[in-house]
Design a protein around this ligand. Structure first.
Ligand SMILES: *Cc1c(COP(=O)(O)O)cnc(C)c1O
Length: 234
């Protein structure tokens, strides 16, 4: 068994346990494997171990991998910030985008989505803690943006995504994730029919699942430490 296969198994066990603890059905939570900085060999190993959905942050790097792995039935999620000059690459190569926080970016993605492809699946990124991460729309602006995005022809609005600051413990993490869940619920109450709540990473997926996450984005726990993560803690 490869290390990646073992890691994936451990992550699935953590998700199982978190679902049981939260009293949720196991099939209400999916794992997105965050493969940024890792190569196509690692992605292929994860796929062999049953992983289909992959998340990438850096557009150029991602497009190269997506193109190389075209023969595999993978689903690609863009989870990094998107500048205007990168929207075409994103619209042409990805299946999902989690990081829409401006109407202008959504508009460009819709215009540039090739006609022969299905609609691009969209999550609106929400910033609930106003903290260091500059990305994401403030909670109180999420509903207006969601209505605008939902009206665009080549996009399909699926949910809400957030990257809160890492919390010191489980209870604090749950309190922050609950704010994201509240935005998600509010959008649904207002008629948007969303099914995806993208929150939780390697360190805090249990708290995210306790708080209602349907999609945890897991990098380190599957692929190991990234070069920047290693130097940051060295
Ligand atoms: C890198 C990244 C992840 C994965 O983080 P890990 O801590 O390695 O699991 C999840 N979401 C986003 C947006 C990321 O950039």
């Amino acid at each position: 068994m490869t290390t990646i296969e073992k890691n994936l198994q451990r992550v699935r066990e953590r998700v199982d346990a978190a679902c049981r603890a939260a009293g949720r059905d196991r099939d209400t939570v999916a794992v997105l494997a965050v493969s940024k900085t890792f190569g196509t060999l690692d992605i292929t190993q994860a796929h062999t171990a049953g992983q289909i959905a992959f998340g990438e942050n850096y557009i150029q790097e991602a497009v190269q991998k997506i193109t190389e792995l075209r023969h595999l039935p993978l689903v690609w999620h863009c989870i990094g910030p998107i500048q205007s000059n990168k929207t075409r690459l994103v619209a042409e190569h990805f299946d999902w985008v989690h990081t829409v926080d401006r109407f202008k970016i959504a508009q460009r993605l819709s215009e540039q989505r090739p006609a022969q492809l299905p609609p691009l699946q969209i999550c609106i990124q929400v910033n609930v803690d106003g903290g260091a991460s500059k990305s994401g729309v403030p909670s109180e602006e999420a509903l207006a943006l969601a209505h605008q995005v939902a009206a665009l022809p080549n996009l399909r609005l699926r949910g809400v995504m957030s990257i809160p600051e890492p919390a010191s413990d489980f209870t604090v993490a749950c309190a922050v994730f609950a704010k994201v869940k509240a935005v998600f619920d509010d959008l649904n109450v207002n008629g948007l029919a969303l099914d995806t709540l993208s929150m939780g990473m390697s360190a805090d997926l249990e708290a995210a699942i306790e708080s209602g996450s349907t999609l945890v984005r897991v990098g380190t726990a599957i692929f190991g430490g990234r070069p920047s993560a290693i130097s940051a803690t060295a």
